[in-house]
Design a binder for this molecule. Structure first.
Ligand SMILES: O=C(CO)[C@H](O)[C@H](O)COP(=O)(O)O
Length: 229
């Protein structure tokens, strides 16, 4: 039986195979995206010609170390493909993302890509979203108001802390509110409600964004899911 890290690795390696010469590529964030970036780096060293945009400072740094050519964000136009991880995904390829705190840049990158391919180990696939607390990026100003508005939607809210016990700051200088809703019955509706709260910069529900999920399974096989609508 394969462990989770190897499931992530095989999913990432498989998805990296979708990248072709000349493509503009979005690089995701997290431990699964790490394997994708490493594989892309190997392909670049073997002659693959691409330009990339990273979804976090950590992924940008890794890409730079591996010699993957990066486009300054001001010059980035539409990307061909983004490969990124997820914290949860359902059968309709609705996602919870943001466990690594990069959800805003991840969503912007996905939105500006022709294709979003999600890579994950099989534990991320769930019948219904909500087991993983939904990350919501909030502005620092009057965070208590925003937290109360999130609680009013039924969430148990915890502002994320960093390893020093201070409030975690995203790459954009905002906070992350981790919102436990329990099972999310209507993710599309919740996404709309969250968008209406002033103080919410972005939330980690990715609806109608992923085109395909590549899932590494414990028996060493790869499952692919594609979005039908
Ligand atoms: O959304 C993310 C970061 O903001 C990650 O893609 C998500 O947290 C999955 O991470 P991992 O691949 O380490 O399990």
């Amino acid at each position: 039986m394969m462990d989770r890290m190897n499931m992530k690795r095989i999913a990432a390696e498989h998805a990296a195979g979708f990248i072709q010469n000349g493509m503009k590529v979005g690089l995701g964030t997290g431990s699964t995206a790490y394997y994708a970036i490493v594989t892309i780096g190997e392909r670049v060293r073997s002659g693959l010609s691409i330009e990339a945009v990273a979804t976090s400072q950590a992924s940008e740094q890794l890409a730079r170390e591996l010699g993957i050519p990066l486009v300054p964000i001001e010059q980035a136009r539409q990307l061909d493909i983004t490969i990124d991880g997820a914290d949860e995904l359902d059968d309709r390829l609705r996602l919870i993302k943001g466990g690594g705190g990069a959800l805003l840049r991840e969503k912007m990158t996905a939105y500006n890509s022709k294709r979003l391919i999600i890579i994950a180990d099989e534990s991320k696939r769930v019948p219904r979203l909500g087991g993983f607390p939904l990350p919501v990026e909030v502005v620092t100003f009057a965070k208590e108001w925003t937290v109360r508005s999130l609680e009013a939607l039924g969430a148990d809210v915890k502002l994320r802390l960093d390893s020093q016990g201070d409030l975690y700051s995203t790459d954009n200088g905002n906070y992350i509110a981790d919102c436990s809703f329990g099972v999310i019955d209507a993710p599309d509706e919740l996404a709309r409600e969250l968008q209406r709260i002033p103080g919410v910069v972005e939330h980690g529900l990715f609806i109608s964004m992923a085109d395909m999920a590549v899932i590494g399974c414990s028996d060493g096989s790869i499952q692919t899911l594609t979005r039908s609508s």
